[in-house]
Design a protein around this ligand. Structure first.
Ligand SMILES: [Zn+2]
Length: 125
């Protein structure tokens, strides 16, 4: 366990919410709002489960600006183009509409539009 707490980040009780920083825009957000990517021998890969070993980074899944190759290049290096393509494919392009479901969110009811709505994790019907 690393202590990532920095002076600027105010932690307000309510249990412990893990916060991570988007590698592209550097915004701090709750970890569950971010998409993890992990560095492998083959390059960067998406890690929706957040459980893969290795050096990881986080990006905002709802902010296409954060998956642009130009931004990724600052931290993903040579793997940036492939990662940008993977993120775009996975996250569904410009409009960010859910054409995918990350692991654990598969409800199988075909209600795609609802997936990205705020507070979706309470759903599941
Ligand atoms: Zn971001």
């Amino acid at each position: 366990m690393r202590a990532l707490r920095k002076a600027g980040a105010k932690v307000k009780s309510k249990g412990h919410v893990p916060v991570r920083m988007c590698a592209s825009c550097r915004r701090r957000r709750p970890k569950r709002e971010l998409l993890r990517v992990v560095r492998t021998a083959a390059g960067w890969e998406l890690d929706p489960s957040g459980k893969r070993p290795g050096r990881g980074a986080y990006v905002c899944p709802d902010n296409p600006a954060c998956w642009q190759e130009k931004k990724l290049r600052r931290w993903a290096g040579a793997g940036a183009p492939a990662l940008a393509a993977a993120l775009t494919a996975y996250l569904g392009g410009e409009n960010g509409e859910g054409t995918h479901l990350s692991a654990g969110q598969r409800t199988g009811n075909g209600k795609q539009g609802a997936i990205r709505a705020p507070g979706y994790d309470g759903g599941g019907v």
